[in-house]
Design a protein around this ligand. Structure first.
Ligand SMILES: *Cc1c(COP(=O)(O)O)cnc(C)c1O
Length: 362
């Protein structure tokens, strides 16, 4: 069965760890001796409670969260978070700072503006086609938060260090690099992450919010758009995305059992990324699109000498069992997404294919 699986470099939804998929398959018809599938049991049952609280506990351990930090599961993807963050944290007299590093940041900015909120774009890498992340910023005094996209899935850039914001909390979209490395949690007021890149299936978004930050949230919001609702009901005000949360629990268990800590996970990710960037940097054929000091360890973006060669590269790679290498439709080129679940063997197979392709076509 696994013989038919390809090396999956999809940007999202993307590869999940094979042991997780096998566990889901093995328990699908009879989850934990319930005689039912995880998609059939009641979300109010003890068996589902154990899944939900188990997943939350793993998040807490991996990121060393404080006991009063909230871990929430919300539907609507990261895209709903673009709207929920300003809705919850910007009152009529408030302002927030945004860093624009590409498509996803721009969408977050757009959603704040649609609501008529006051925001400042305090830094942008648009001047160089989003090929880098701004390293130093200067915040608006009294800003409620600074919004940052930690990893830019489309442009292949990533903050290796988060900008210094002093007492202003960071709000971070970590949809494409959550759990890929340890985090300086003291800097964040809120982190959100759509699951389908590094965490699980689409349909669920994980939010981590500090109690002190949550306390400052606006009142009188629609119930399902208020973080406080999710915090007060342990994400069970309404029916949660049960299957997604279950898969997240298994993915986090896999990280804990395979790597132990996020430091080890990060080392593994660095080795994987280096393998591809070494091929790119050692060739006159492939051209990295992100500047060296801003390169993503999750999404390796590159160009070939011509678009025709790029099309042939993507097609021949697929014939060789390497899938998902086409760049985002908005930017073209090639992109290898090498999230946590993409194994070293897959990356090595891609590196070897890239060298072969260059020898033949370069
Ligand atoms: C994929 C992605 C999104 C969009 O996520 P949805 O769950 O589709 O709304 C937002 N931000 C980043 C950084 C992403 O990679």
């Amino acid at each position: 069965m696994t013989a038919h699986r390809i090396h999956n470099f999809n940007a999202g939804p993307s590869a999940l760890p094979l042991p997780v998929l096998e566990k889901i398959q093995a328990s699908f018809l009879n989850f934990n001796d319930s005689g039912m599938s995880i998609t059939e049991i009641s979300h109010r049952s003890a068996k589902f409670d154990a899944v939900l609280n188990g997943a939350i506990d793993r998040v807490r351990r991996l990121l060393s969260l404080n006991s009063d930090d909230h871990v929430l599961f919300i539907q609507g993807g990261a895209s709903l978070q673009f709207a929920m963050v300003p809705m919850n944290f910007l009152g009529p007299n408030d302002t927030a700072d945004y860093i624009n590093t590409g498509t996803w940041s721009a969408k977050a900015i757009k959603e704040a503006r649609i609501q008529g909120k006051t925001i400042q774009v305090i830094a942008s890498s648009e001047d160089q086609n989003f090929s880098y992340v701004p390293k130093t910023i200067s915040c608006t005094p009294g800003a409620r938060y600074v919004h940052v996209t930690s990893n830019n899935t489309i442009k292949g850039t990533q903050f290796d260090q988060f900008p210094e914001t002093f007492e202003i909390p960071l709000v971070a979209d970590m949809s494409s690099d959550i759990f890929s490395r340890p985090l300086p949690m003291e800097k964040f007021g809120l982190i959100y992450t759509g699951a389908q890149k590094n965490l699980g299936p689409s349909g669920v978004c994980m939010v981590i919010v500090k109690e002190a930050f949550l306390e400052t949230a606006e009142q009188h919001l629609p119930t399902m758009l208020a973080y406080k609702t999710f915090a007060a009901h342990n994400s069970m005000y309404n029916t949660p995305p049960c299957f997604g949360i279950y898969t997240i629990d298994l993915v986090l268990e896999w990280i804990q059992e395979t790597f132990g800590t996020l430091e080890r996970m990060a080392e593994h990710n660095q080795r994987k990324a280096r393998m591809l960037y070494d091929v790119i940097d050692g060739s006159g054929f492939y051209q990295a699109t992100a500047q060296k000091n801003s390169r993503s360890l999750m999404n390796v973006t590159f160009r070939l000498p011509t678009e025709d060669l790029e099309d042939r590269f993507v097609a021949e790679a697929l014939e060789n069992g390497l899938g998902g290498l086409k760049g985002h439709r908005s930017v073209g080129g090639c992109r290898a997404s090498i999230y946590n679940a993409v194994p070293m063997e897959s990356v090595a197979a891609l590196a070897a294919f890239m060298e072969r392709f260059e020898q033949e076509k370069g």
